[in-house]
Design a protein around this ligand. Structure first.
Ligand code: AMP
Length: 192
C-alpha cells in the first residue's frame, strides 16, 4: 500500500509516518529528511537547498522529484509513506507518473487537520525542547520561518486536498487529538 500523509508543517506527519514504519513494515520517504541529509553533505545541491529551507520556502520540484525517484527504485515490500511530498501539483503529477511506471498506485491520501495557531506554537516548542535537551533545533523551527512555511503550504500544497478529494482517495482525520488517537484514526483510514 502506498500512501501520502498530507498536512501543514508541524501537523505530526513525521511522527505518524514513523509509527506506520514500526507497525506496517512500510518505508517512510520524507523529502524534508532527505534534504536535511543533503545539506550536511556539503554538495552543491546541499548549499542551494540550505538557504531556501531556512527561510521556510519550498525547494524546486526538480530537486525533490529527483530524490523521490531514486528512493522508489529501491522498492518496498510494505509500500511507501510519502511524508512532506508531494507539496505542489507538479510534484503530485510526477509522483503519479513514477508510481505508474513501476506498476504501482497511490492507495490513500490522509490529511491531518489542525489549527494554525496551535501549529506555530508547536513548532516553536519543538525548537525549545530540542535546545533544552542539548540538541540543535531545526533552523526553520522559529516563528518567522514557520509563518512562511504555512504561507507556502496554503499557496502551493493545500490545493492538493481538493485534487485528491476529486480523485476519491482522500481521508481527513483530526490531527490535534492525542497521538494514540491520531494513530488509531490513521489506521482506520488506511484499512477502510
Ligand atoms: P519538512 O521536514 O517536511 O517540514 O520540510 C522542511 C523543508 O524542506 C521545507 O520547509 C522545504 O523548504 C523543504 N521541503 C521538504 N519537502 C519538500 C517538497 N516536497 N518540496 C519542496 N520543498 C520541500
Amino acid at each position: 500500500m502506498n500512501i501520502i500523509i498530507l498536512g501543514p508543517p508541524g501537523a505530526g506527519k513525521g511522527t505518524q509516518a514513523q509509527h506506520l514504519v514500526e507497525t506496517r513494515n512500510m518505508v517512510q520517504l520524507s523529502t524534508g529528511d532527505m534534504l536535511r541529509a543533503a545539506r550536511t553533505s556539503g554538495t552543491e545541491m546541499g548549499k542551494i537547498v540550505a538557504d531556501v529551507m531556512d527561510r521556510g520556502q519550498l525547494v524546486t520540484d526538480e530537486i525533490v522529484i529527483g530524490l523521490i525517484r531514486e528512493k522508489l527504485e529501491e522498492g518496498s515490500e510494505g509500500g511507501f509513506i510519502f511524508d512532506g511530498f508531494p507539496r505542489t501539483l507538479a510534484q503530485a503529477d510526477a509522483l503519479e507518473a513514477l508510481l505508474n511506471e513501476s506498476g504501482n498506485s497511490l492507495d490513500r491520501v490522509v490529511s491531518l487537520d489542525v489549527d494554525d495557531e496551535v501549529l506555530v506554537q508547536r513548532v516553536v516548542n519543538r525548537a525549545k525542547e530540542a535546545v533544552a535537551a542539548g540538541k540543535e533545533a531545526r533552523a526553520d523551527d522559529n516563528a518567522e520561518s514557520m509563518r512562511t512555511r504555512l504561507a507556502e503550504y496554503y499557496k502551493k500544497t493545500s490545493p492538493l486536498l481538493g485534487y485528491y478529494y476529486a480523485k476519491g482517495n482522500l481521508k481527513s482525520i483530526d490531527g490535534l487529538a492525542p497521538i494514540e488517537q491520531v494513530q488509531a484514526s490513521l489506521a482506520a483510514a488506511l484499512d477502510a
